[in-house]
Design a protein. Sequence first.
Length: 187
Amino acid sequence: MRPTKEDLEAARDRVIPDVLPPDGEPLRVLFCGINPGLYSGATGHHFARPGNRFWPALHLSGFTPRRLAPSEQHLLPSYGLGITNLAHRTTARADELTPEELREGGLRLRALVERHRPAYLAVAGVTAYRTAFGDPRAQIGPQPDTFGPSRLWILPNPSGLNASWQLTRIAAEFTRLRECAALRTPP
């Protein structure tokens, strides 16, 4: 059932828990969104808004054997995958977040990566990454620096609002990441 307008407004500032494997279990890729949207807040699932290309790109790239629904996010750890966000509070648009919120989220993300030690941290959203980590030159793709013990990859934002990236291009970037992550075991 789709959330109503009232459900969406009531979801403002909610927090959606991270999807992570139990401590000590392997984590090939930790996907990091900018923050959950209101649709995700209303459903309790990451990247839940119809039109978001995360779940289709995840499947088209070969990370999952079939397209998962957002309500199946709990299956991700069985594939060595997880999801978190730079900022936890839900908003209608990512541009409602302050630069301070993104920087604080970056600090929390460092601690999370140290604890779970993914082979790759994949941040979905280059502009948010640039703000959170003070790296104005960061580009989509693999990064030269590591993020704690993990390799770092910046993905395009899969939101339907990111019209400059079509699903085929997003899936191609996810595929590049999957191919590299298959060659590297978590630290």
